[in-house]
Design a protein around this ligand. Structure first.
Ligand SMILES: Cc1cc2nc3c(=O)[nH]c(=O)nc-3n(C[C@H](O)[C@H](O)[C@H](O)COP(=O)(O)O)c2cc1C
Length: 180
């Protein structure tokens, strides 16, 4: 059945590798009225300057591609966010994106939107699942998002994920999204 909710997929890998592959698979299988897959690596996003002017006004002073992304996020119901594991943390571009979401904080602008997390690490899945969830802990908490679930994959080299049978995991994720 077609899902009426708007889903925004955001990938934080700087390469065309495993995280992008998983997100694309899920994106392509979902039959929604609105879905869009954004690759942070293709956008011009500078780092948060920490000026806190977004505490006064719900806007960022920096003019870059986050302006477009803010609008898309406000117009979405569900975020599916993917990041590679970098030193048991999110990638640098993912962290830049997360910090730049600070304008959503004070005014609860994206409060109650649902979020699904997808992680890929080269090492043991348990570590990736644990530490990347911790990396998103404050993001989910302070933006008052509803964390639906997280899914971790193990793949190291660029195309490793393609040689694995991840069809069951992809079905699990799409079923979860369809149930929302
Ligand atoms: C800078 C850097 C740090 C990494 N640190 C870890 C790590 O701490 N744990 C881990 O499991 N994998 C680590 N990896 C491996 C990546 O998670 C792995 O290559 C993954 O497939 C990258 O996802 P991608 O193909 O979507 O970019 C690291 C890779 C890089 C480049």
């Amino acid at each position: 059945m077609k899902n009426k909710q708007k889903i925004l997929f955001i990938s934080g890998s700087p390469r065309e590798g495993n995280t992008n592959f998983v997100l694309k698979q899920v994106h392509d299988l979902i039959d929604n009225d609105y879905k869009e897959l954004i690759f942070l690596k293709d956008l011009n996003i500078s780092h948060c300057k920490g000026c806190l002017s977004c505490h006064e006004k719900p806007k960022c002073i920096i003019k870059d591609d986050m302006e477009m992304l803010y609008k898309k996020m406000i117009n979405s119901d569900i975020f599916v966010i993917g990041s590679p594991n970098y030193f048991d943390n999110v990638s640098g571009i993912m962290k830049k994106f997360m910090d730049r979401c600070h304008p959503f904080y004070k005014q609860d602008i994206i409060k109650d939107k649902k979020i699904i997390l997808i992680f890929v690490g080269g090492g043991e899945i348990e570590g990736t699942e644990k530490y990347l969830n911790l990396s998103f802990y404050g993001f989910v908490k302070y933006l008052k998002l509803k964390l639906i679930d997280s899914y971790s994959f193990r793949a190291l080299e660029l195309n490793d994920i393609k040689s694995k049978d991840i069809s069951n995991d992809i079905s699990k994720i799409t079923e979860k999204i369809n149930s929302l």
